[in-house]
Design a protein around this ligand. Structure first.
Ligand code: C5P
Length: 418
């Protein structure tokens, strides 16, 4: 089950100018405008004349609830482009055609969109989409490079994949709108203490194999870990997730290391812990595994019972945390049925966490399979109970705390130096 988008940071309340230029991928920007609006952004869509051949202003007005702008040479257009550009928190052009890239690179002001671009001082994200041969043309490449290197615009894509009239599966496809949403989220996030910080997340369930077809698993969906990873990336962290099996969509901008068993996860974490400053242990690791190594053949039904003996798995967090660099921050989770805060604090001390996210195991709207969670953030000194929130929002609150801990460490270091 997934939650529908609801207004949340960093999109909520922000002003985004969405420029749509005249390519076949323009229809995908309807979804983009819709998602940004549902995330709480005020989306002002500016269509070029060519874009209007593919999509209509009415469609965008329907999904954004705001007037769509097309004409520079109207009383409204002339005044609005100055305001739009000045008030924008981000400008996104998707799709950006070859013609648009050329005009943007030259600093032209021959329509409402290019004019708005000249007025704006906010971050600009251009998402090129065109025929693969056009994209490969040296002049298009030069224009794209100029937009990136000289003008400071971020270019996203194009993706490689089937094109409307492509020669092959060459680069030319518009990046998926959901990924554009994520990148806009990153541009809208102010640089904070996580900027540039290497960060590791463990996520998802583990599987302990009995034979080639059977395993011992658990109900973790991996949603919390992936939400944390993506939110940390938006804040500028360099993120690796080691993840047990999950069918959640991969988080944008993050290196994902896929594995199955607790012992595999332990190896991957051990190999990385010395290079990260923040480690978040969100995985639901199997505490036990079958004592015998998995058989190579499927066990047949033979009329007898099957008794399996279990042995303990390594505690990944407890083993890894001493290897975290000085000044590093470790976050753990605690799924409890009773005495939430006491048990969480005991775990905090025993395993060496700086923060434990405690959540009730037996409550509707919280825990493994729910899209929401009701957590209490437990540190040595305090326990903050949050209301039931979507896991994406819980991730933001956890990272606010992680940033607070990093800042406190930095202050402590500079006080010790002076
Ligand atoms: O002791 P408990 O399993 O409740 O601890 C939960 C915390 O410890 C979580 O952060 C979980 O990711 C981590 N853990 C681990 N390796 C284990 C068991 C738990 O890293 N074998």
């Amino acid at each position: 089950m997934s939650t529908p988008d609801s207004p949340r940071p960093p999109w909520d309340g922000r002003r985004i100018v969405l420029g749509v230029t005249g390519g076949i991928a323009a229809y995908k920007s309807i979804h983009l405008a819709r998602r940004l609006t549902r995330l709480g952004a005020e989306v002002d869509v500016v269509l070029t004349r060519a874009a209007e051949r593919f999509v209509t202003p009415l469609t965008f007005e329907g999904v954004t609830g705001r007037a769509v702008l097309t004409d520079l040479f109207s009383v409204e257009g002339a005044a609005r482009h100055i305001l739009l550009g000045r008030e924008a928190d981000a400008v996104c052009v998707a799709p950006a055609t070859a013609d648009f890239l050329a005009r943007a690179a030259q600093g032209r002001a021959d329509d409402l969109l290019t004019t708005t671009l000249l007025v704006a001082r906010a971050p600009v994200l251009l998402c090129p989409a065109m025929n693969d041969r056009m994209w490969a043309h040296p002049q298009v490449q030069a224009n794209a490079d100029h937009c990136r290197a000289a003008l400071g615009y971020e270019l996203l894509g194009p993706d490689t994949g089937p094109l409307a009239v492509g020669e092959a599966d060459g680069p030319g496809r518009l990046v998926e709108p959901d990924v554009v949403v994520d990148h806009l989220g990153r541009l809208l996030s102010p640089a904070g203490p996580l900027d540039g910080v290497p960060l590791l997340v463990t996520s998802g369930p583990t599987r302990e194999a009995l034979d080639p077809v059977r395993y011992l698993g658990n109900r973790s969906s991996g949603r919390m870990g992936f939400a944390l990873a993506e939110a940390a990336w938006r804040r500028g962290a360099r993120v690796t997730v080691v993840s047990g099996p999950t069918n959640r969509p991969e988080p944008t901008g993050v290196e994902v290391v896929r594995l199955e068993s607790a012992r595999e996860m332990a190896r991957e974490v051990e190999a990385r812990i010395g290079q990260v400053r923040v480690a978040i242990f969100a995985a639901a690791v199997a505490d036990y595994r079958p004592a015998l190594e998995p058989t190579s053949n499927k066990r047949k039904r033979d009329g007898n019972d099957w008794t399996v003996e279990f042995v303990q798995n390594p505690d990944i967090a407890a083993t890894a945390i001493p290897g975290l660099a000085d000044g590093g921050v470790a976050v753990g989770f605690a799924l409890e049925t009773e005495d939430l805060v006491d048990h969480a604090r005991e775990k905090l001390r025993r395993k060496g966490f700086d923060l434990v996210v405690a959540n009730p195991a037996n409550e509707e709207g919280a825990g493994f399979e729910a899209p929401t969670n009701r957590v209490t953030l437990v540190t040595e000194g305090e326990a903050e109970a949050l209301p039931t929130l979507p896991k994406e929002e819980v991730a933001e609150r956890i990272l606010d705390r992680v940033e607070g801990l990093l800042e406190a460490r930095a202050h402590a270091d500079s006080a010790a130096d002076s």
